[in-house]
Design a protein around this ligand. Structure first.
Ligand SMILES: [Zn+2]
Ligand SMILES: [Zn+2]
Length: 349
């Protein structure tokens, strides 16, 4: 009799085999990750202190909004829907622009981001998923610990996802994307310098440059990071599950995050049809899909996957509400495996 692999042995409720075995990243990566997670809160405190009594200026609000939108859509339209799932084809200059914009969000370099996310789809909420909130089991204590892991803790993991395995299309065949990935530290620096420079140019003062830097720099970066991380944590734990997904996949739709996440919080819709350019259903706000539609009208984007095979017949065959510590929305064995056939296979893009 053949032995079961850890994945085959997983029952959908217990902690993942070896969940408590952690390989922590090296001290350099741990320090850098901790700094990226903590410094924005110091910046937020400084921003509030400086704005006390006078309020935040309109310039700072607009700059923070513009930088949030450009870098956020770089992640959602670029890193996620274009590079990870190939939901559309973009003109070469647009690929470069989206890759640069996404890189300025401090969420890791493009190729590693894509590799981690493809691995998440390949092993969603089962052993092998780099950031599942169900890693420590589905009892309340395990779920709370899992939420912390899926939100931030997984970034301290010292076992990198193989880009050669999960993103060979970008690593080996896309020199422009390789260059942009290698330029990640410089693009992070630009993401901080540009708000400072814009604030200085608009206000004409060093004080204006400083407040613009705080709000459109670290505070904006942190807000987008926590929204993205919430898709990993909350959008696999609480919310609605109107769409069928693969076995063990607990992705949810969480409407309060739809606008801030540019449509990414329709995460159950996304996991049901990963390569579809639109994650929300008709009537659900999805700014990333709207931008892809605009690109298509301008003929900057082609071959947009607005529908993928199998979508309609599988639509709403599994419904339910998923709450913390609830078991009833977990898809049963055998339901709707076909729904993810169009997802790019790991290693093939
Ligand atoms: Zn997910
Ligand atoms: Zn995805």
């Amino acid at each position: 009799m053949r032995a079961q692999t850890p994945d085959q042995a997983y029952d959908g409720r217990s902690p993942f085999p070896g969940a408590d075995r952690h390989i922590t990243a090296g001290p350099g990566q741990v320090a850098l990750t901790a700094m990226i997670a903590l410094v924005p809160f110091i910046a937020l405190g400084a921003g509030i202190w400086l704005a006390w009594g006078t309020g935040i200026t309109l310039t700072d609000v607009l700059l923070a909004t513009v930088f949030y939108a450009v870098t956020g859509l770089g992640v959602t339209v670029g890193f996620h829907r274009l590079f990870t799932h190939r939901s559309f084809t973009a003109r070469p200059w647009l690929r470069i622009a989206l890759a640069i914009a996404g890189s300025m969000s401090f969420q890791g370099n493009l190729i590693d981001w894509v590799a981690v996310h493809r691995r998440h789809h390949a092993f969603t909420d089962r052993p092998g998923d780099p950031h599942s909130p169900h890693r420590y089991g589905t009892h309340l204590g395990g779920q709370l610990r899992g939420l912390a892991h899926a939100h931030l803790g997984w970034l301290f993991n010292g076992q990198p996802t193989s880009a050669a395995h999960y993103a060979p299309d970008l690593l080996r065949n896309d020199p422009a994307m390789l260059r942009i990935s290698r330029a990640f530290p410089a693009l992070c620096a630009a993401s901080l310098i540009l708000p400072f420079a814009a604030g200085w140019a608009i206000s004409g003062s060093l004080y204006g440059a400083l407040t613009a830097f705080i709000w459109a720099g670290p505070v904006r970066i942190a807000l987008l990071q926590h929204v993205t991380w919430s898709v990993n944590s909350l959008c696999h734990t609480i919310g609605d599950r109107p769409h069928p997904t693969r076995l063990h996949d607990r992705s949810t739709n969480l409407w309060p995050l739809a606008l801030l996440s540019f449509g990414e919080s329709w995460h159950n819709g996304h996991h049901s049809q990963p390569s579809r350019a639109r994650h929300g259903d008709p009537g659900q706000i999805d700014p990333s899909a709207a931008l892809i539609r605009l690109f298509e009208r301008l003929r900057w984007a082609t071959h947009v996957r607005w529908h993928t095979p199998g979508h309609l017949q599988h639509h709403r065959t599994v419904a339910g509400k998923h709450t913390l510590h609830s078991q009833h929305a977990v898809p049963r064995s055998g339901i709707a495996h076909a729904a993810t056939r169009t997802d790019p296979a790991p290693g093939s893009g």
